[in-house]
Design a protein around this ligand. Structure first.
Ligand code: GTP
Length: 171
């Protein structure tokens, strides 16, 4: 069982390919109001959670929300793929400005599971290369997470590890 201990105030980045189960994991372990999701933000700025064209504006909203929640010292979870170091850097920079601890929770049940799940999702009918590229970027970045400033790094690399994870808040 993976036991994840988080301080009451921190920025948590979920890191995982499409179909890995980030949104499901976030919903299981965090309050809806603690979760800032890129899909949700795309919906807010474009009326379409899948609008790729809206991604820059959606991330502006994601970053603004993170900034405000960090200022208010509210634990915040970012539900986005976050597989590229340069994308993570923009988010961790905000946390560092507000002296928030950064935690990374890597979610990877494996390529086959991500692909199988996406096959069942009408809004995720992109080619398998998308998940492959995301997982490859994710794996490339794992070794550098500490250097990026993550103080808590948890890797849930199987369906069992993801299912069994327990998150506790430090009092
Ligand atoms: P993106 O939004 O595309 O990045 O995906 P995601 O990583 O947020 O995955 P999400 O949680 O949306 O799950 C994708 C699909 O897999 C959904 O249809 C979920 O119902 C399903 N799913 C996620 N986690 C689990 C799980 O632990 N078990 C099972 N059986 N299905 C899951």
């Amino acid at each position: 069982m993976s036991s994840i201990l988080l301080p009451e105030f921190c920025l948590v980045l979920l890191i995982g390919a499409s179909g890995s189960g980030k949104t499901t994991f976030a919903g299981k372990h965090f309050k809806p109001t603690e979760i800032v999701s890129s899909d949700w933000a795309r919906g807010r700025v474009a009326d379409d959670e899948n609008s790729l064209e809206a991604t820059p504006d959606a991330f502006e909203l994601v970053q603004t929300l993170i900034e405000i929640r960090m200022r208010r010292r509210m634990l915040t979870v970012v539900d986005a793929t976050n597989v590229r170091a340069e994308d993570r850097a923009k988010l961790t920079a905000i946390a560092k400005r507000w002296d928030a601890l950064c935690a990374a929770i890597v979610i990877d049940p494996g390529e086959d599971i991500c692909l199988d799940r996406n096959k069942l999702r009408p809004d995720r009918q992109f080619g398998p290369h998308v998940v492959r590229n995301q997982r490859s970027a994710l794996r490339k970045g794992l070794g550098g997470l500490k250097r990026e400033g993550f103080r808590e790094i948890h890797q849930l690399m199987s369906r069992a590890a993801i299912d069994d994870a327990v998150i506790t808040r430090q009092k």
